[in-house]
Design a protein around this ligand. Structure first.
Ligand code: GTP
Ligand code: MG
Length: 369
């Protein structure tokens, strides 16, 4: 399998985690592990599928300063897994030691491609390592287990046997999940926008759950874009705070407003914020006219509402929130989630998650018209 090479691969993601798993395989695998590892208890011999605990020592000549506690599992005659602490230092030390002793480092992508049953299963396995929520990971896990491959096989079979309508029906059913599939590891970009002082930075902080952006009573506080990753109902989202949009003579503020406009144009969704006192302005109207289909209207500062000054020209579809009291925030999160993914795939659904999957389906559907 490794052409006589002994290879070592870090199987887990390089992001810090509780545990890192390194696999060594090839003719020298077991010998190398036994050279650097010794058990806490019992004989040093390894047995297939027996879990052993011990110390990995980088040096054997008694000049050892630090040993790493690891769990060792021999998985086959020439394969061994080493489970160590998940920070960078432990895994790197073990990898480097084994490489300097003659093993060849193999990239995880190569390892995955070799072990996966299909290209799609390999891609799903790679993306699974980058999934940031249980919800997105479980969709990718379904694709690792073959949901998309099976659906594509069915399409091919129907098409070959002349049942084009059936092939098309299945392709249509998969294609409808394209948007969610393409965002499983690439977050949706949701921009908080509106005139200065409407409460964009305050709402960003409230949605994130911590104080990330500077909030101030002075209009024009935020100058640059401020992007932060989070998840909303299990969907990965980058929330972006922006400078309040207005005509400004101030050079730095104008640069910020220019960036805000670009972010508004390229956003997946906009939270267009309306201050209860200032109401709906020309700036709102301009953003709404170009982007109404991706806008959620949000009337802010609801804790300040009183019957003596009811907001007049604010559309009634606006969500009412208070970044101060938290009122309406949960409903807004639900609305954002529903607007991003109105209908979510059930378990074992075939979901295309790379652009080439979507392009192939689009071509297939276009050719079948
Ligand atoms: N009572 C109340 N005040 C709020 C709320 N949200 C924001 N404010 C106040 O409104 C002012 C402006 O808030 P920011 O969050 O800085 O507004 P912004 O839209 O980011 O402003 P710029 O960055 O200048 O465009 C501050 O004095 C906040 O304390 C709220 O929900 N309730
Ligand atoms: Mg701000």
């Amino acid at each position: 399998m490794t052409d006589g090479r002994t290879t070592v691969t870090r199987l887990t993601s390089s992001a810090p985690a509780a545990i890192a798993v390194i696999e060594i395989q090839g003719p020298k695998a077991i010998e190398l592990v036994q050279h650097y590892w010794s058990p806490i208890q019992g004989k040093p011999e390894l047995q297939v599928n027996r879990i052993r605990y011990g110390m990995f020592r980088s040096e054997r000549n008694d000049r050892v300063a630090i040993g790493e506690s690891i769990v060792v599992v021999q998985r086959g005659p020439e394969v061994c897994e080493l489970h160590c602490h998940g920070g960078q230092a432990a895994a790197l030390t073990i990898l480097r030691t084994l490489v300097s002793a003659g093993a060849q480092e193999r990239q995880r992508s190569e390892w995955i491609a070799h072990h996966a049953s299909t290209q799609i299963a390999a891609e799903a396995t790679e993306d699974l390592l980058r999934a940031s929520t249980v919800r997105t990971a479980s969709i990718l896990m379904d694709q690792v287990r073959g949901a998309l491959d099976e659906a594509l096989d069915q399409i091919e079979k129907h098409a070959k046997e002349g049942r084009l309508a059936e092939a098309r029906r299945i392709a249509d059913g998969i294609w409808r999940w394209s948007d969610v599939g393409l965002h499983l590891i690439h977050p949706w970009r949701v921009v908080l926008c509106g005139p200065p002082n409407v409460g964009k930075s305050s709402l960003l902080n409230r949605l994130l759950g911590y104080s990330r952006a500077v909030v101030h009573a002075e209009a024009g506080t935020t100058r640059d874009l401020l992007a932060e990753s989070t998840s909303i109902e299990g969907w990965p989202v980058t929330l972006i705070d922006s400078a309040g949009v207005r005509e400004s003579e101030h050079e730095v503020e104008s640069l910020g407003i220019e960036r805000a406009r670009r972010a508004i144009d390229t956003a997946d969704r906009l939270l267009l914020l309306i201050d209860p006192d200032a109401g709906w302005t020309d700036e709102h109207q301009a953003i709404w006219q170009s982007h109404s289909s991706k806008c959620l209207l949000v009337r802010t500062k609801s804790d300040r509402d009183d019957s003596s000054s009811p907001p007049s020209n604010i559309p009634s579809i606006a969500y009412l929130v208070s970044a101060v009291s938290g009122a309406g925030i949960e409903q807004l999160m639900k609305a954002i989630s529903l607007s991003l993914v109105p209908d979510h795939p059930l378990p074992r659904t075939a979901v295309p998650f790379r652009s080439w999957h979507v392009e192939n389906l689009s071509r297939l559907l276009a050719g079948n018209e």
